[in-house]
Write a protein of this length. Structure first.
Length: 385
DNA sequence: GGAACCGGGCTCTGCCATGGGT
DNA sequence: ACCCATGGCAGAGCCCGGTTCC
């Protein structure tokens, strides 16, 4: 523990120049570790069956789990080995989580979905909790993430690695707000080995270098804060996607770099096959209605999330707009209209039709506004009628 | 004052495969 | 032989409003 403490202290020294929120975070991380040091060492509760047989389930444990409301068949399906263990800490876990504000159902659901949780000792739980709390504001926030994704919290037993991750991610210049968003949105990031996270960051920095960028760290930070899922994807996937963009978009390096840390960051982590498929289908759809392949690139550069749309959804939206007399050129110039749901677009076009709105004369920007602004616009248009 | 531009907010786990350790 | 820890994958949008421009 003393070693860990000194590491955090060292991290604090290293990042003396960072903004205030980050200093606060590292300070609270240090405090968290201090508190855990003071916690009483509690060995895991032993649940030894009368006859500890190998390769058979621990009957006493099964009874305990049933009493706790755990879905035993589900637990058995997920991690059968846990049910054969002779030493587990289910009571300790229940007491611990309840003290943090989790109700009975939540705890039962957590164990059902990630049985290995009951193998963690009190000391381990306390330490891990405090590390999470160095990023979150309250116990309740941690409980809600645990309820959502028990695996993210319990899959790794390496608290030292978790601490290194927090220090490493802070060192990228991600402030406490970014870290909070990261841990809330993609909690698995913090269970990755710090080495895996480092590999992704290095890949991003390499990409920046390759494209002639001069601020690789800034680039990596920008991509991560724009796409919080990037660190739970494989470097293989991200690398393949960048390579594909490079070939398919035909942009100058500097433009590609701007694209990747801008709107392109959103789709950088897409499944590579789906990305290629959606790109191909976008081109096919546009050419089938009179557009060109160049148009599809213009759309992607201005609105990368178009590649997120399934071919069916994209086709429906484009057809829906064309039926209303909107031209392909208008869609290419204003692709963000594709961002809105089909239902929303239909409703807006119905309302505008009633008021004899002419998209040819007035353009289609009216479709790309918030509901509030759109309704205000409708009122004005009806007054003019 | 209204249109256009622009970026940000939500959001994503549960399962399988595999290699290492005992 | 078994369990644990870890890496990787599937699947695939919608909405809002601050700021700037004309």
């Amino acid at each position: 523990m003393a070693v860990a403490m000194s590491r955090v202290r060292a991290a604090l020294m290293l990042h003396r120049a960072v903004p205030q929120p980050q200093q606060c975070l590292l300070a609270s991380l240090q405090l968290a570790r201090t508190l855990v040091c003071k916690a009483v060492e509690t060995p895991p509760a032993a649940e030894t069956p009368p006859e500890a047989e190998k390769n058979t389930e621990n009957k006493l444990l099964l009874d305990n789990l049933k009493v706790l409301g755990v879905d035993v068949p589900m637990a058995r399906k997920r991690q059968p080995g846990v049910l054969r263990r002779t030493e587990t800490n289910e009571h300790g876990l229940v007491t611990f989580l309840k003290a943090k504000g989790a109700d009975r159902e939540t705890v039962a659901s957590i164990i059902s979905r990630f049985p290995r949780a009951i193998t963690r000792s009190r000391q381990h739980l306390e330490e891990r909790w405090q590390l999470w709390r160095s990023v979150f504001q309250s116990d309740q926030e941690v409980v809600s993430i645990l309820h959502r994704s028990p695996e993210s919290f319990f899959r790794s037993s390496d608290n030292d690695n978790l601490e290194k991750n927090i220090v490493f991610l802070s060192s990228l210049g991600l402030d406490s707000r970014d870290l909070h968003r990261l841990l809330t949105t993609a909690p698995r990031t913090f269970s990755n080995s710090v080495e895996l996270n480092r590999q992704m960051v290095e890949l991003l920095q390499d990409i920046c270098h390759t494209l002639g960028g001069t601020q690789p760290s800034k680039f990596a930070k920008a991509v991560i804060s724009k796409n919080l899922y990037i660190l739970i994807r494989s470097t293989k996937r991200v690398e393949a996607n960048v390579k594909f963009f490079r070939e398919a978009l035909g942009l100058r390096d500097s433009l590609l770099l701007a694209f990747l840390q801008g709107s392109g960051a959103d789709i950088l982590d897409m499944s590579h096959d789906i990305l290629r498929r959606n790109f191909r289908m976008l081109q096919e759809k546009l050419t089938s209605v009179g557009g060109s392949k160049k148009d599809s690139i213009t759309i992607i550069v201005n609105y990368a999330s178009v590649l997120y749309l399934s071919p069916e959804r994209l086709s429906e939206k484009v057809d829906c707009l064309l039926r209303e007399g909107i031209s392909v050129g208008q869609i290419v110039q204003k692709p963000k209209v594709l961002d809105f749901s089909l239902e929303n677009l239909k409703w807006r076009m119905d309302e505008l039709r009633k008021l004899h709105y002419d998209f040819g004369i007035n353009g289609i920007t009216v479709l790309d506004t918030s509901k509030k602004r759109f309704e205000a616009k409708l009122i004005k248009l009806s007054a003019l009628e």
